[in-house]
Ligand binder design. Structure first.
Ligand code: SF4
Length: 133
């Protein structure tokens, strides 16, 4: 039996992962200063944020930056992975319905409702803290 050919790399292999690359770039003091100003206006939070950047501790801001640019379909709400028949993407003019028949309006509306409900549920503890305070 003939051996299968090995895949050919189309780009050079990266020596570091994106996270390491981000951490290294965050060591630049000028960049740290810029990021501090853009990440918070709270003077009490700045020293903590500065420390996380100097020590390469990943925060929500780093993960957000590493996720850019967002997936075009996910950002537009025109993808659906609600069931195992998908994931489905709406790509006008030809793919205008998911496997189940859901059109762009329905998929976007469901996705928006899902993200609002999920986000609210995930952060409901902040609301409880405010009420308790
Ligand atoms: S569009 Fe319909 S078939 Fe496709 S993943 Fe969503 S629910 Fe399932």
């Amino acid at each position: 039996m003939a051996e299968e050919p090995k895949p050919v790399l189309i780009r050079e292999r990266l020596d570091v992962c994106e996270l390491d690359r981000a951490r290294m770039s965050l060591l630049n003091p000028v960049l740290i200063g810029q990021k501090l100003e853009s990440r918070t206006i709270d003077e009490n939070a700045k020293p903590i944020l500065e420390m996380t950047m100097k020590e390469g501790i990943e925060t929500v801001w780093d993960r957000f930056e590493m996720q850019q640019p967002p997936c075009r379909y996910c950002e537009s709400g025109l993808s659906c992975s609600r069931c195992t028949m998908g994931p489905c993407r709406i790509i006008p003019l030809h793919r205008i319905r998911g496997v189940c028949g859901a059109d762009a309006d329905l998929i976007v509306a469901r996705n928006l409702l899902d993200t609002i409900a999920t986000g609210s549920a995930a952060h409901s503890d902040h609301g409880r803290d405010i009420v308790e305070t």
